[in-house]
Structures are given as C-alpha cells and as structure tokens.
Write a protein that binds this ligand. Sequence first.
Ligand SMILES: [Zn+2]
Length: 251
Amino acid sequence: MTSRVDEVFSRDSYAQAIDARVLEVSTADGPPMLVLDSTVLYPGGGGQPSDRGVVLRADDGRSWTIRSARRMGGELVHELEPSPDGELPKPGDRVHVDVEWARRFTLMRTHTALHALCGVVWRDHGALVTGGNMEPGAGRMDFEFERMSGDLVSEIEAKVNEELRAAREVRVNVLPRAEAFATPDLIRTKVNLLPPGIEQIRTIEIVGLDLQADGGTHVANTREVGQIRVTGYESKGRINKRIRIALEDPT
Ligand SMILES: [Zn+2]
C-alpha cells in the first residue's frame, strides 16, 4: 500500500516547514484529526516521541496547534487542538505546516546520541540493545549486559563523547528487504522483527560506529549532538541493564 502522504521528515530531517494540501478532516470520536498530502512532523515510534507543530491556512492565515502526529490505519494523521468556535480546515485547503523545531532538533540530537551509545556498547562489550526511549534532551537504553558496572559506565560515557567529537557522518539509506536481511549489523539489531510487507528498509548509519534499521529523525553529523553524560544506570535483572543519558547542553 502506498501512502497518500509524502513523509518529508523521512528523507530530510532538517525540513522545518512545508506547504501542503488538506486531504481529510475527521472529528468522529474525539479531537479533530487532519490528513495532509505532505508533512514534516514525525509521528513517533522507535522510542522517539511525536513532533508538535502548527498548521496555517494559506487563504485566511488562520492557524491551529498540532498536538501530535501518529499513524492510524496506515495513514499519518495530525491531532489538532480544537478552536473555541469549532472552525476547522477543510479538504482542499492549502496550508503551511511548521514543526516545533527547537524541540525536534533536540530529539534528533538525543536520538543520535543513543545510537552512538549502542555502537560503543556493542563494539567494546558485545552487549546487545533490547529497547530504548527518549524525551527531548534525555533517554535510556536497555542492554543484555551482564558485566555492567559503575566503572564500565564511566568508561562508556568517555568513549561515547570521543565518538561524538570525532564528527562522524550520519547517513540515511533505504535498502531492499533482502539486502537488509543479509547485513550482519542489521540482523544483530533484529531487523527480522520488522513486519512482513515492508519491502524497503530505512537504515541509520553512524559511519564507522553503528548501523540500525530505524524510522526516526537524526542529525547529519555526530558533532551536532555535542556531549552527553550518563545520568544513571540500573539493573533490570541479572542480564538486563539500563543506562540513562542526557545531553550535556540540551539547547
Ligand atoms: Zn533509533
């Protein structure tokens, strides 16, 4: 199934705004939901929260706050803040969509920092990542990492910062499914768990450090992340350990 929505954020994470046309507006049960033919708002997923933003109608300059975006029934929809007079955009309206950029850029830096953490923990300790989550400026990753200790965690922090300072390029690639399924780094990070029917696999590569199948938004070079610090670590069992990080300078 081909989506009607051009998901610009997927190929250009730096696009902050775009002109679009309204395809559908629904108020069925709950807040107004808007489908556009093109968007710069990431709908959330893979531990990265949804973007927020504003939609502005070209004809009269009327604007609505976008509380979040998400996937519903295979379609990317935007949830609007209802306006007091009940006015809503209509199908066919031309609009301008802006993502709340400062927040999104912080998420791009945070997300990229988490990939650098995964890359270092795998390279130096052979520990696999099992999950992760983030908010703007901070995140956590879970690993199968039986030997984790406070000393190791400080060493990991230093190594991650070294990699970020190395100004490594971050590349987005799209691979056919068969090729992705034959790539060792992608197998390790469980590319096989992607649902059947997805024929093109999008990958994020920190060149020389980390490669993962990933739908999120990232910066183009690790130097944009700045530095991180480890803010905590904990045991979630004998094998499963959690490491928390924060951007040293979130803004
Ligand atoms: Zn990711």
